[in-house]
Write a protein that binds this ligand. Sequence first.
Ligand SMILES: C[S@@+](CC[C@H](N)C(=O)[O-])C[C@H]1O[C@@H](n2cnc3c(N)ncnc32)[C@H](O)[C@@H]1O
Length: 248
Amino acid sequence: MKKALFDNFALIYDQDMDKKDDIELYLNYAKKNQCYKILDIGCGTGRVSIPLIKQGHLIVGNDISKKMLDVFKKKIGKSDNRKKYYLFNLNALDLTFSNETFDMIIMAYDVFLHFTTLEEQIDILEKCRSWLKTSGILIIDVFRQHYKELVDYKDFYMLDYVKRYFARFKCILPNFDSQVNILNYKYQDLKKEKEIMRTNKVRWVSYSEFLLMFKLCRLNIKESFGNYDKTPCIYSQPRMIFILEKEI
Ligand SMILES: C[S@@+](CC[C@H](N)C(=O)[O-])C[C@H]1O[C@@H](n2cnc3c(N)ncnc32)[C@H](O)[C@@H]1O
């Protein structure tokens, strides 16, 4: 059984991420494509799902971490929005839906890389292809692994301060064969003088490997970007954002 690595981290996830720069992109595509039913794989605390629900879409959210979904439910509360979402606490690879169920499927903010073998990554792409309607779109947003980051930082280095309460440190243990990085984070609570440790695991993918995977899974790139402001998807950019459609 796969471990839910985000369980220990759920209560500070939103505070830690404090990320909003990608939301507009999802809202715009959902609106432009007149999407009704959207699957948010690895939806976490609902950071992207909740704005989509508020825009009027029906969200099917899935996450392997129960604690992340608990935060999602708490955030959305008892408003009318309750009727507009369904949540499944499962490994996404165990989800079953009929073919052609969704107008849009999203894996926001690195979720795709949490499938940590090549087989799992291909499996989830094939599943998305079958769950997506013919006219639907699949959006994948992942970080672009820069060579320098892997060779320069062998030990904990300071990333930043989170809302002035936490000093955040990161240490990457890369495996160049499997492309799986073990990410260790250390948070120093500046007020209470205590430390929180967190470990994560991601399998980074190069741009050309993505092209090969998409070809194999018969997904066509409709658009691709290097950041949320829609700069081209080139090596100097921090993200790889793919808007995909089914090859017919
Ligand atoms: C970096 S967080 C992103 C959360 C959310 N998509 C966002 O943009 O804020 C990755 C999420 O993927 C979930 N996850 C990892 N592996 C998963 C799997 N096999 N099936 C479903 N969810 C998974 C984690 O529990 C976590 O909530």
